[in-house]
Design a protein around this ligand. Structure first.
Ligand code: C2O
Ligand code: CU
Ligand code: CU
Length: 539
């Protein structure tokens, strides 16, 4: 796939940057790119690896191989299980331990710029994969950081300016696991009993090639595919034994939000969230998993018959945003080509992955009653209890915005300045007026453009340290919200929170150790690429 229009736009933009003064001290976005090219001799890595962004041909569907982008890795130093290659197009799983020092030589062999972000890890600005650090073909970026996160499932993906959606879509993503002592003591199911499940939706041409849609519909709603891939494969069936398993789930989709449930109504047992294990397992009828969110599930197949199957499904829900028919009212915007009506709408039910019980075993570990101890943050930990930082979700000029602005590489507002080593309260909400601004459109036609767009959910992600949820309110208790509201975990470390229509969420987040620019954005990747992203400047 090639994206001539994007490349051209980027080119124009870069030539424009050359003439703009940078507002961020020490970073100029033209020639002097401050790319971290050389390893630091004083940094002594425990794990050292090479990671390449490449093109590849991989089998996904039966028949022709699919042309993808792919991360491949090579271990230079460290425990042999630090890299685990998977079949399919996803990057290798990077297995780290808390406290390890990691050096990654990242090479771009693609004909477009790339930069890689370690989603959920607490690392210095220069190691965080900010789009200002993108590298071009033949260049390398040297990452060096210490793993300072609790045991959990994290991930890495491209974070290239205005190209994150298309690059992740084509394959530039992989899982990271972090282990620590508290987790090891629990003796959770491991090795073959620990299964990663990366869920993504894609669309294929008849020739088995990935098909991405660039229309206005995708800009506003996000890309929705009609084929569900698990770990880069379609129609997955996973053979299991009659015992307990640990599932590490990642929603690696561009914009699809899953309402996960077992087909036979068995409740879900959640043991971990984005940034750590929970204090104790939580049981939910279903679990909402928005793009970029992770969850760890405990599932016990004991007592099930050999030969039987259990499917993890997407259950139907409402409140996932405007449906396709409604977009028809957006006169003159063009529906784009390519069967908009025949996909899988957001909120529709479908199977995700099947577990087939193939072997009887008699021993199974028991679900621990307590998992890990966790430092609970509350209002009394706030550095400045009087102050609440806003993340206001709004829309102007046919674009979603945060705090009234669209993304600019090194731009931040006064309200986006945060003193380092503080703990802050942040309120994430839908902007009141939703002012049409100039350039608003569609008013008066039925529910109207603004009304429809206000009905969009947004998974909001903050770089840097993990946060906790203080409160979650919905102004309009309604039947749509009733279909999702039991699917949220309130306790636990998070780096991404799904903000449903009408929701008003308060979080508490530490900004410790590192200064510089740290992104916050919508992880609907189409929204992110259209500028629903901002910087916090921590100093
Ligand atoms: Cu997963 Cu800023 O990204
Ligand atoms: Cu991130
Ligand atoms: Cu969004």
């Amino acid at each position: 796939m090639s994206y001539p229009e994007i490349t051209r736009r980027k080119f124009l933009q870069y030539s424009a940057f050359g003439t703009l003064a940078s507002t961020f001290p020490g970073i100029s976005l033209s020639e002097d790119r401050h790319i971290n090219k050389a390893p630091d001799k004083n940094f002594k890595p425990d794990v050292e690896l090479e990671l390449y962004a490449k093109t590849a041909e991989v089998p996904i569907l039966s028949g022709a191989h699919t042309h993808v982008f792919q991360y491949t890795g090579k271990l230079l130093k460290g425990p042999p299980n630090s890299i685990k290659t998977l079949p399919g197009y996803l990057g290798p799983i990077l297995n780290f331990e808390r406290g390890q020092k990691v050096r990654i030589f990242f090479y771009n062999t693609l004909t477009e710029p790339v930069i890689t972000h370690w989603h959920g890890l607490h690392v210095p600005q220069k190691m965080d994969g900010h789009p200002m650090y993108e590298i071009f073909k033949g260049e390398r970026y040297v990452y060096e950081f210490e793993i300072d996160n609790p045991a959990a499932t994290y991930w890495y993906h491209s974070h290239t300016h205005e190209m994150t959606a298309t690059q992740v879509y084509q394959g530039l993503a992989g899982l990271i696991t972090v282990r620590d002592e508290a987790e090891q003591k629990l003796d959770l199911p491991a090795d073959e009993y620990e299964i990663p499940l990366v869920i993504q939706d894609r669309r294929f041409t008849r020739g088995n090639q990935l098909h991405y849609l660039h229309g206005m519909h995708q800009r506003m709603i996000g890309f929705l595919g009609d084929t569900i891939l698990v770990n880069g494969q379609a129609d997955s069936t996973i053979p299991v034994k009659t015992r307990a398993y640990r599932l590490r789930l990642l929603n690696g989709s561009n914009s699809r939000i899953y309402k996960l449930g077992w087909e036979d109504g068995t409740p879900l047992t959640v043991i971990g969230t984005d940034g750590g294990l929970l204090e104790k397992p939580e049981t939910l009828p279903y679990l909402m998993l928005a793009p970029a969110e992770r969850a760890e599930l405990w599932v016990d197949f004991s007592g099930r018959k050999t030969g039987s199957e259990l499917t993890l499904k997407n259950l139907s829900y409402q409140g996932g945003g405007p449906q396709m028919g409604m977009m028809g009212g957006m006169g003159g915007m063009g529906m784009g080509r390519g069967g908009m009506g025949n996909g899988l709408p957001q909120g529709k039910s479908f199977p995700i992955v099947k577990f087939k019980i193939t072997e009887h075993v008699s021993d199974s570990p028991q679900l621990p009653e307590k998992l890990v101890s966790m430092q609970r943050l509350s209002a009394k930990d706030l550095t400045n209890p009087e102050k609440t930082l806003p993340i206001a979700i709004g829309m102007r000029h046919m674009s979603f915005q945060l705090n009234g602005r669209t993304f600019k590489m090194d731009d931040y507002l006064d309200i986006e300045k945060i003193p380092v080593n503080t703990i802050q309260k942040i309120r994430i909400y839908h902007e009141g007026g939703m002012g049409m601004g100039q350039g608003g459109m569609g008013g008066g036609r039925g529910m109207g453009m603004m009304g429809m767009m206000r009905a969009m959910p947004h998974p909001i992600h903050l770089h840097g340290q993990q946060f906790q949820i203080l409160s979650r309110k919905n102004s309009k208790e309604n039947s749509a919200y009733d279909t999702v509201k039991k699917g949220f975990i309130q306790n636990g470390w998070k780096d991404t929170v799904l903000v449903m229509p009408g929701e008003d969420i308060e979080i508490i987040k530490p900004f410790q150790d590192y200064t510089g620019l740290f992104l916050y954005h919508c992880h609907n990747l189409e929204h992110e690429d259209m500028g629903m992203m901002r910087n916090f400047y921590v100093s």
